[in-house]
Design a protein around this ligand. Structure first.
Ligand SMILES: NC(=O)c1ccc[n+]([C@@H]2O[C@H](COP(=O)([O-])OP(=O)(O)OC[C@H]3O[C@@H](n4cnc5c(N)ncnc54)[C@H](OP(=O)(O)O)[C@@H]3O)[C@@H](O)[C@H]2O)c1
Length: 330
């Protein structure tokens, strides 16, 4: 038995279960040169929200009534391709199906003796996003102060730890007391702020960063970012990684005009897409693996069980129900 999840509607505001459609489909059989892949783990990510809309972006939108897709770990269960044998595990951008065939292009083998899910998180796009954004735009120097929003999430928790490795004072912003506690106890952040219970975020950031903020790694945008940016120092750097607080907005929100502050402080604000740095990925993965092996990087995962739960796990990202990387185990 095989199943697929299709995009049923383009969501308006928050995505809903009715925006997805499950269908039973035939079990494919690999032709010469192909492999049959059994989906093992599915990554759900905030950026998929952008692909559900048809607004112009850096990646093509999903098509209506066509399969959703994301980064997946799959097992090779039949092989007509000499490069893959039964029992190999691979990662690739694949469709939300229980089984699918592939001609092998774009599949990367993963080492099952390392945690498979790490290839969707700390050793995958998540870890590389954290490393590239911080290294290439944040350019941290020892003794500087780094603030990370979305800090207890997949990318944010890695950013803060890399900041600590680089010698920064690190402050995290997250949405629950449990997350704030974990930022300090598990991930080694110096300070953490619960944005949901803090009345004046600008004052809270000022108190946590007595020397001001030199680098802001922004995963969320909106009011949280305004509060951080007005605490930044001369030559401050802002890496805009994500703006999840606005992904479900139906109207563009209006915030304070930042340009005069950015001008007066000679600051840099730069957005990035991790694939901008694709030429640095091999070296990045090597670095992340070395830190993981040395116990310098910790990561959290929220693993949800069942193919049928993929849409809900995705929607739960917008409610902050994940600690670290949200993954669905099939
Ligand atoms: N530029 C790139 O190439 C790239 C690559 C990967 C990811 N990203 C972006 O990086 C960000 C983090 O991605 P991720 O995969 O690591 O996801 P994640 O942080 O693991 O999950 C999303 C988190 O966002 C927080 N959140 C949800 N709604 C929010 C709101 N309205 N205001 C503030 N926080 C909110 C929630 O945590 P709380 O409980 O703390 O609210 C939630 O756990 C996203 O914006 C994503 O789009 C960018």
């Amino acid at each position: 038995m095989n199943k697929v999840i299709l995009l049923a509607n383009r969501p308006v505001g928050k995505p809903a279960a009715s925006d997805f459609k499950f269908e039973d489909i035939v079990m494919p059989s690999p032709k010469d040169g192909e492999v049959l892949l059994k989906t093992t783990y599915v990554s759900v990510d905030p950026y998929l929200r952008g692909r559900m809309s048809d607004a112009k972006s850096y990646v093509a939108p999903f098509e209506l009534n066509k399969p959703m897709s994301s980064a997946i770990i799959a097992e090779v269960t039949e092989s007509e391709n000499p490069d893959f044998k039964v029992g190999d595990y691979i990662t690739a951008g694949l469709e939300w199906k229980l089984f699918q065939t592939s001609n092998g292009k774009g599949l990367s083998k993963v080492d099952p003796s390392v945690s498979l899910t790490a290839y969707l998180g700390a050793l995958g796009m998540t870890g590389l996003t954290a490393l590239m954004g911080l290294q290439e735009i944040g350019k941290p120097k020892s003794g500087e102060t780094l603030v990370v929003s979305g800090a207890a999430g997949a990318v944010g928790s890695i950013v803060g730890q890399i900041g600590k490795i680089m010698g920064c004072r690190v402050i995290g912003i997250a949405g629950s007391d449990e997350k704030v506690a974990a930022l300090k106890s598990k991930f080694g952040f110096d300070e953490a702020i619960n944005y949901k219970t803090t009345e004046n975020m600008q004052e809270a950031v000022a108190a946590a960063a007595p020397d001001g903020v030199d680098i802001y790694f922004d995963n969320v945008g909106g009011d949280i970012s305004d509060a951080v940016i007005f605490n930044m120092n001369k030559y401050g750097r802002i890496a805009i990684c994500g703006t999840i607080s606005s992904y479900n907005d139906t109207e563009a929100s209006k915030g304070p005009r930042l340009q005069p502050y950015i001008l007066k402080n000679s600051m840099l604000m730069q957005g990035f897409i991790v694939s901008n740095y694709a030429n640095k990925f091999p070296e990045g993965v090597k670095q992340l693996s070395a830190w993981l092996k040395a116990g310098k990087l910790q990561y959290s995962e929220t693993i949800v069980n069942g193919f049928d739960q993929i849409p809900q796990a995705f929607m739960d990202l917008f409610e902050g129900k994940n600690d670290g990387k949200m993954v669905v185990k099939i």
